[in-house]
Design a protein around this ligand. Structure first.
Ligand SMILES: NC(=O)c1ccc[n+]([C@@H]2O[C@H](COP(=O)([O-])OP(=O)(O)OC[C@H]3O[C@@H](n4cnc5c(N)ncnc54)[C@H](O)[C@@H]3O)[C@@H](O)[C@H]2O)c1
Length: 314
């Protein structure tokens, strides 16, 4: 029984179900429990997902459960809450979702849960902080999806632009998962070549192109929401990537929302920064040497987050 990985997913909306679908198709974990305040919805999703099981790469036991199932869970993933409305910023969602979260975390902890939390609900950095506070778990075991999706969007866009496999593009977005996030151009690389060198050799690509790429990435959620009402596949796959890093003890580097305790000159805040992820959660935060401009942008992002979370944590 010791080798059985149990993941509990709370929130079976568009994001939660994209995650569950990806988990099954990638054969991650042995048990996946679905919980939602809308019980019929969770039940229906389980039925539908289970009907694809003959085609999954490995068996996975999926059921509609309750908070009691969290007791022996290795990972609880939270995608429950209200989604962003067209034109609404992620930070505007804060008070509504913080209230929902406090109740959910208490329900999970009442089960004697002692695993790792992974939070995706927006505003993700603030709700990860709320999860850490309410759960009382060590900061290393409370993780937010942070800027993992944003970094993936950036890697995809650069790959498209340079006509290079996106998996060979190494670039990160850090800061708040939202309007104040920033690209760390100073550390971006294509294959093993710094992006700066690639650009010097390709005169047709200007610095302005990079700024356009970043703006399209930063505003991607707004553009997608305008067209289809919500974003869910990209985040679903990002959450599976983090899940694999945890359950497989990968020591992978991902820009998750992590608790800063002096790193980057900030404390008592969750924000997207590169961190090494393994079976114990966040093993280590990687402190990048930022340029002055990047540091100023990062400080601004953290300050905006801190200001916004004030009413929620007091
Ligand atoms: N972190 C990211 O990069 C990222 C990306 C996309 C979306 N999101 C966020 O993910 C969240 C979910 O988005 P969605 O599109 O799946 O929304 P959705 O409305 O489709 O699903 C939300 C689900 O949460 C459930 N829910 C609400 N209150 C609950 C409670 N108290 N207990 C259990 N379940 C509850 C609802 O019944 C619903 O099924 C939103 O906050 C959205 O902004 C985050």
């Amino acid at each position: 029984m010791e080798n059985i990985n149990r993941v509990v997913l709370i929130g079976t909306g568009a994001v939660g179900c994209s995650y569950a679908y990806s988990m099954i198709n990638q054969g991650v974990a042995e048990e996946l429990v679905l919980i939602d305040v809308n019980e019929a919805k969770a039940e229906g999703e389980v039925m539908d997902l289970n009907h694809g099981m003959p085609f999954a790469p490995s068996p996975i036991n999926v059921w509609h459960g309750s908070y009691r199932d969290c007791e022996t869970a290795d990972l609880v993933v939270i995608t429950a809450g209200l989604p962003q409305k067209p034109g609404e910023t992620r930070l505007e969602l804060v008070e509504k979702n913080a209230k929902i979260f406090k109740q959910i975390i208490q329900n999970v902890m009442n089960s004697k849960f002692n695993g790792i939390f992974l939070v995706a609900t927006n505003p993700v950095d603030i709700l990860t902080y709320v999860t850490w506070k309410v759960s009382g778990l060590p900061k290393e075991r409370v993780i937010g999806s942070g800027t993992v999706l944003d970094s993936a969007r950036l890697r995809f866009a650069i790959g498209q632009y340079l006509k290079v496999d996106t998996r060979n593009v190494h670039a990160a977005i850090i800061g708040e998962h939202g309007d104040t996030e920033l690209p760390v151009w100073s550390h971006a690389a294509v294959g093993i070549e710094p992006l700066k060198t690639v650009l010097e050799n390709k005169k047709e690509i200007s610095k302005e192109c990079l700024q356009d790429i970043f703006v399209s990435v930063r505003d991607a959620a707004y553009h997608i929401i305008e067209r289809k009402g919500a974003t869910f596949y990209g985040i679903g796959m990002s959450l599976v990537r983090i899940t694999k890093a945890i359950l497989n003890n990968e020591n992978s580097i991902l820009t998750v929302s992590s608790y800063l305790n002096g790193e980057y000159g900030h404390s008592d805040v969750y924000v997207g920064v590169p961190a090494i992820i393994n079976r114990s959660g966040i093993r280590e935060i990687i402190e990048l040497k930022l340029t002055e401009k990047e540091k100023t942008q990062f400080d601004h992002s953290v300050n905006v987050l801190k200001e916004t979370m004030k009413p929620v944590i007091s």
